[in-house]
Design a protein around this ligand. Structure first.
Ligand SMILES: Cc1cc2nc3c(=O)[nH]c(=O)nc-3n(C[C@H](O)[C@H](O)[C@H](O)COP(=O)(O)OP(=O)(O)OC[C@H]3O[C@@H](n4cnc5c(N)ncnc54)[C@H](O)[C@@H]3O)c2cc1C
Ligand SMILES: NC(=O)c1ccc[n+]([C@@H]2O[C@H](COP(=O)([O-])OP(=O)(O)OC[C@H]3O[C@@H](n4cnc5c(N)ncnc54)[C@H](OP(=O)(O)O)[C@@H]3O)[C@@H](O)[C@H]2O)c1
Length: 390
């Protein structure tokens, strides 16, 4: 791959220690009319900031916790929240309530918190003490999945926590990464994001992800959003003058970087064909950025758009089913030297797409399973199979 503007590392004056305090200029619910999921489009205002990024980069955001959860924790600990504590990281001295909202990780359980709980609860927490034994890793994972700090405080009341002691046992509230969904060349002064609300129920409580609920539900146009760019490490579109086809597989929020790729390809007049596979639950309510893809198809920026709607029929239809269906054409693109990009869910989608890719190569390329695996290994070596999965 030739060196070019789109493959050089991102430069920016902002980093973890010195984040940009940006504002959200525009937000739009991408799943309006769908009551099964909530995915948002955000436009971060970058005017006069100097923040720079490239297609494939992500934006790291420092979120804040839900004040209602912080208050519930304070109630269970018997604190007012006014107690002064030293917050983790660079939080400095501040009231406990502010530290819980701004600086401490107050949801996920970890060994440090559970170890302290065992120390304070003694026999009452024998069950947890056993889980902390390194031999019981699976049982530990099972215990912490869907359980949070608040559940432990409710289960083990009256342990006489001191405010600073409690804060000291919590991790620092960390950044969340979001693939940037716009090109700076196409949309100067803005950074677009596509964010799915993480929401689930466990142990009788409705729970929400910290950052994916903070941005849509607890910020407005005046809220400073501390953020910085993290580079995409090789997840980049080819140089505009490189006549190479690109195949982009991005169901759900996985489509975000490909919106940036396509915007960039459009303004730079990139050579080579582009094919996007997108999947969501319903065509009518979850076809993110439909108008943009359709316009790009008309304008010849995008050459093929293949969609998979998982809940529009009795049987699930996913992107990998479409990859299989389109196998003959995909095989042609691969033989023309296409770069295959995959972005989105790491646990289920990416392995399933990988399997489908192997099957396409075996079926349409007339390869044995071993030869198909070699073909994929070669694609990886040649950086023609790139994944950004989470
Ligand atoms: C490089 C990169 C790019 C990314 N790009 C995007 C993007 O473009 N858009 C996007 O929306 N996200 C993206 N993510 C994911 C994003 O960074 C966050 O992880 C996501 O938004 C959740 O963060 P949160 O703070 O809302 O949730 P958190 O508060 O971090 O909670 C998430 C945690 O909740 C728990 N959990 C979740 N579901 C369940 C369940 N059903 N049962 C029990 N426990 C559960 C799990 O422990 C999970 O780790 C990306 C991640 C990476 C690494
Ligand atoms: N680790 C997990 O269990 C898990 C699960 C979901 C989401 N997530 C995370 O939640 C965040 C947001 O997710 P998202 O809204 O972007 O997308 P998503 O939940 O991955 O959903 C996007 C589309 O992918 C479908 N899908 C589900 N399983 C799939 C598979 N094995 N192969 C291909 N497609 C599949 C979904 O269908 P259906 O929903 O109808 O099955 C939906 O149509 C991400 O951070 C993601 O990693 C994690």
């Amino acid at each position: 791959m030739s060196p070019n503007a789109t493959s050089s590392p991102s430069r920016s004056a902002f980093d973890r220690k010195n984040p940009l305090l940006a504002r959200v200029a525009r937000r739009e619910l991408l799943t309006a009319g769908c009551d099964e999921k909530e995915t948002w489009h955000f436009e971060i205002d970058l005017r006069d900031s100097g923040l720079e990024f490239l297609p494939g980069d992500s934006l790291a955001i420092f979120p804040q916790n839900d004040p209602a959860l912080a208050d519930e924790i304070l109630r269970h600990l018997g604190f007012s929240g006014e107690e002064t504590v030293t917050a983790p990281g660079d939080g400095g001295e501040k009231p406990l309530r502010a530290a819980l909202i701004e600086n401490c990780a107050i949801t996920a359980l970890d060994r440090k918190f559970l170890g302290k709980l065992v120390e304070k609860a003694g026999d009452q927490a024998d069950e947890i003490a056993r889980l902390l034994d390194p031999d019981h890793k699976d049982a530990y994972e099972h215990f912490v999945w869907g359980r949070e700090i608040i559940d432990c405080l409710i289960r083990h009341p009256g342990l006489g926590w001191e405010p600073q002691e409690f804060v000291d046992v919590l991790k620092k509230l960390n950044v969340r990464l979001y693939s940037i969904a716009s090109s700076l060349k196409a949309r100067p002064n803005a950074c677009h994001l596509t964010i799915a609300l993480v929401e689930y129920e466990s142990r009788g409580r409705r729970r929400r992800g910290v950052c994916s609920s903070w941005l849509p539900h607890r910020t407005d146009e005046n809220t400073p959003i501390p953020c910085f760019v993290t580079p995409g490490k090789g997840f980049r579109p080819p140089a505009p003058d490189e006549d190479v086809p690109v195949v982009m597989i991005g169901p759900g929020t996985g489509v975000a970087p490909f919106r940036a790729f396509l915007q960039e390809r459009e303004v730079t007049g990139a050579k080579g064909k582009a094919w996007l596979f997108f999947g969501e639950i319903h065509e009518e309510t979850c076809f993110f950025y439909r108008d943009e893809w359709e316009r790009q198809l008309r304008d010849g920026v995008l050459h093929r758009l293949t969609t998979a709607w998982s809940r529009d029929q009795a049987q699930k239809v996913y992107v990998q089913h479409k990859v299989a269906e389109e196998g003959a054409e995909l095989w042609k693109w691969l033989e023309e030297g296409a770069i295959l990009y995959v972005c989105g869910d790491a646990q289920r989608m990416a392995p399933d797409v990988d399997k489908a890719l192997h099957e396409v190569i075996a079926t349409h390329g007339g390869r044995t399973p071993e030869q198909a695996a070699e073909y994929v290994a070669r694609m990886r070596q040649e950086k023609r199979y790139r994944r950004d999965v989470y």
